[in-house]
Write a protein that binds this ligand. Sequence first.
Ligand SMILES: Nc1ncnc2c1ncn2[C@@H]1O[C@H](COP(=O)(O)OP(=O)(O)O)[C@@H](O)[C@H]1O
Ligand SMILES: O=C(CO)[C@@H](O)[C@H](O)COP(=O)(O)O
Length: 499
Amino acid sequence: MEYVIGVDLGTSAVKVLLVDRSGQVRGEWTESYPLHQPHSGYSEQRPDDWVEKTIVALRRVWETAGVSPESIVGLSFSGQMHGLVLLDGDGNVVRNAILWNDTRTTKECREIEEKAGAEALLSIAKNRALEGFTLPKLLWVKNHEPHLYERARVFLLPKDYVRFRLTGHIAMDVSDAAGTLLLDIKTKTWSETIARAVGVDLSLCPPLVEATAFVGTLRPDVAERTGLPSSVNVFAGGADNACGAVGAGILAEGRMMSSIGTSGVVLAYEQSGEKDFAGHVHYFNHAEPDAYYIMGVTLAAGYSFDWWKRTFAEAAPIAEIVKRAAESPIGANGLLFTPYLVGERTPYADADIRGSFIGIDSAQTKWDFARAVMEGITFSLNESVEIIKASGKTIDSVVSIGGGAKSAEWLQIQADIFGLPVEKLKNEQGPGLGAAMIAACGVGWFDSLKQCADAFKQVESVVEPRPDAVAKYKELFSIYREIYPHTKELAKRLKAFRP
Ligand SMILES: Nc1ncnc2c1ncn2[C@@H]1O[C@H](COP(=O)(O)OP(=O)(O)O)[C@@H](O)[C@H]1O
Ligand SMILES: O=C(CO)[C@@H](O)[C@H](O)COP(=O)(O)O
């Protein structure tokens, strides 16, 4: 029996999956690492933590599954997007990585728009300048830490850095490069026009490869530490949302996915790179060559849920919180929550907005608050569902992935708020499975990602929307939508009081 490995470098943890030829997950191992948030709006991680934890997980996954490491033939990656890793000429990290959910770069976004022009950004990079993207982070380092910027010789994204440390090869895949704001997404080349306009030297950009490309084999020291043969074929891998989409079979028009991980994402397949969504949604290259996707992002989805648990119900297991929250009625006895704990991206690109509970009543319990948090996160995702529907796509159902898909109650809330059937996958493993599928195609088990998805994807159940719940949520959603305009200015004035 042969196996491939999918490494998903998430924000909370690295998850490593061991997958056989039939798509069954035969082993999994997770290692978590900390997030550093020294100020409000800042979010960093140590790239070395990712590497060390990935190496541990790569060993533990085959040891605990009881398989021979010699039977592992391929490996690929999925990674949290946009994070800036700067390396000096010797390949050493120059500073901590600045992550996708770090929003310190509002000024740099305006600088990019001014210098490159909002229209040029939309026609070349197909996206607006948003705080989370990589180019604003690069400019932030240039503006605030010029001595570190001077030392930098190349920038990488999180999983590209881990791949570099595992194989010794520097490369960035196109699906992740699309999230830098420096890629011409139609020609799949670095944009000289944008780089020149904002004053970034193109020599900082690494060589580009497709997500499916073979990049090399394991370095001997890594092979020794992981116990894997150094002959394991390593394939580039892709952005976590692109890989999540591959794992969920979002490889044809009309397919949509919702993901509740640390972030929340609603994503739809797009065949063409020629459309203009006017920056209302992110528009990126897919992990499948010559395909695209559009998506909306809620910055704090599972992150809001974790914050609530940590702050108000630390000792309670997640399953208990979800069960008690489900006992609260639709609308949580008159309580609404907006999940803007670290600012927001879609539909409000606003780094200063913060969350709120509206309608607090003395009769409510903490479980009403838990329900309001789950509903508020889902309302936020629904803003993206609405934008994608309004773009003219016909969507019949949604595949749900990520931690949020693990609970039946949250799947029902999604079906009722989206007003669409929600598919739960058997063996739901999120983007790690997509990464393993890239490796499975790379080693020749399948001719295409689509063929692999047809073989691997198994729908466990479909949760149908309930008409009475859909009607109630429609009414609640219209109230939810009014919270942002009413709290926008208040949140700005409170900024001075934040840590
Ligand atoms: N059983 C569960 N029910 C609902 N939500 C869950 C459950 N388990 C985990 N989560 C949520 O999922 C999130 C983690 O999802 P995951 O896809 O693993 O994240 P990431 O890839 O960002 O590290 C957590 O923030 C948590 O809030
Ligand atoms: O910024 C984005 C997408 O644009 C995020 O979706 C990151 O890619 C992190 O994802 P998770 O850790 O939540 O999976």
